[in-house]
Design a protein around this ligand. Structure first.
Ligand SMILES: [Ca+2]
Length: 134
């Protein structure tokens, strides 16, 4: 009888030590975007804006993102690495924008699907565009 107890003890220890088991519920629903900065279609973005962000409706997998471009000419110049904030619900990208320019950003795209919730479900690709003020 004693031998049968050991696997149960090991499983319990793993549940405690594997953080994804503790903080990440089993989940088969893809995440949704609830807000972006700038917003899609904004035509008067302050060119001094130093950070873009995308906010999701659930915690995302840390260190995973796919900030994508369809044309490098219309993607902002990045000034740092992306990071998650607000309990991994908000991903921030440091950038330097130019005045009077149109930008296009994809969150996930084709085979690039690293925006995923903490259970691993990828975001369906979303495209936004915005324009900076002169
Ligand atoms: Ca989910």
């Amino acid at each position: 009888m004693k031998k049968l107890l050991i696997p149960a003890v090991i499983l319990l220890m793993c549940a405690v030590s594997c953080s994804k088991w503790v903080f990440c519920a089993a989940d088969e629903t893809p995440p949704n975007i609830v807000a972006t900065v700038p917003a899609d279609g904004d035509t008067a973005v302050d060119p001094g804006l130093a950070e873009l962000s995308v906010t999701f409706d659930e915690p995302m997998k840390d260190k995973n993102w796919s900030w994508c471009y369809e044309n490098p000419e219309t993607f902002p110049k990045m000034t740092g690495d992306p990071r998650y904030e607000d309990g991994f619900k908000k991903c921030v990208l440091p950038v330097q924008l130019e005045p009077d320019k149109e930008y296009v950003i994809w969150f996930n795209m084709a085979e690039y699907k690293n925006f995923k919730d903490c259970a691993g479900n990828p975001l369906e690709p979303v495209r936004i565009s915005f324009k900076t003020a002169p």
